[in-house]
Ligand binder design. Sequence first.
Ligand code: DAH
Length: 332
Amino acid sequence: MELDLDAHLADAEKAAAAASTEADVRALSAEYLGKKSQLKAAKKQLGALDPDERRSAGLRLNDAIERLETLFEHRGSQLADEARRSQLEAERLDLTELLHPIERGHLHLVTQARDRLEDVFVGMGYEVAEGPEVETAWYNFEALNIPEWHPARGSFDTIFVDLGEPESVMLRSHTSPVQIRTMEVQEPPIYIVAPGRTFRTDTADATHLPAFNQIEGLVIDRGITLGDLAGTIDTFVHAFFGGEVRSRLRPSYFPFTEPSAEFDISRPDGSWLELGGCGMVHPNVLRNCGIDPDRWQGFAFGFGIDRLAVMRYQLDDIRELVNNDVRFLRQF
Ligand code: DAH
């Protein structure tokens, strides 16, 4: 046999090691094992040999072919693995590229204030109640002892909804209707606070928003007096603002309470700041809800949560609360 099998195999191994792609290996396979390969040519020449030599040369040739087949198969799958690995590497998403930590939001200033208010009152044994933002004249006015002819209706700057009789449906102008809704369905004793959104035709300015937030309080029990109201306001003010802040009641007028008062809190400079209204629930209001005023008494109060936030954080303009400027909001 003219072909030096050992040298031929060594050549093939060198070539396979040098191959860098599966296609290279396929080309080598064709070159070394294909129809025109030297091994195939050597096989054809076997017939010319005498039988003994033909047998041993045939065995060696077959052995060489087998070894080359294994060689190319191994090298081929090795290169395929490498190709897959480098593709994976190239396609990997490198999340460490995100250099800034993700910025997390937090609850809005007003939400924080509302949550704290709820916490303070829940701590005093109150439950949290809710009512709809669209109300009827009965809940927003009449049941609260504000009949149609009452001048107080005008002071509420109500936003009416175009539904039913004129001025019969409205965006609630205060959270006081939740008092009525609660008394309608709940037997006394009642201890609730009702935070929620309220609406008036006010144009937004430094101290007004047309959509704002109030919190209402209502207590109905036996033998409740103005002293209980004053003590409750004082306890809440201390819990919310801290021990050094004082509160006071000033006589005032609301149709749904008798007597009525406004309550103020003390500023560090000794002046007083008006926070909200309160009073002893008017007997007419109790009667409107089917509660006997001779057996049950109670007090109510209500104030703006946005204004409370403005006060607590000493903001110059209440509109900051709705401007959605994250540079502002981030500070709280
Ligand atoms: N609803 C009143 C307002 O929006 C605030 C208020 C005053 C609520 C006295 C009360 C109260 O419960 O007793 O101006």
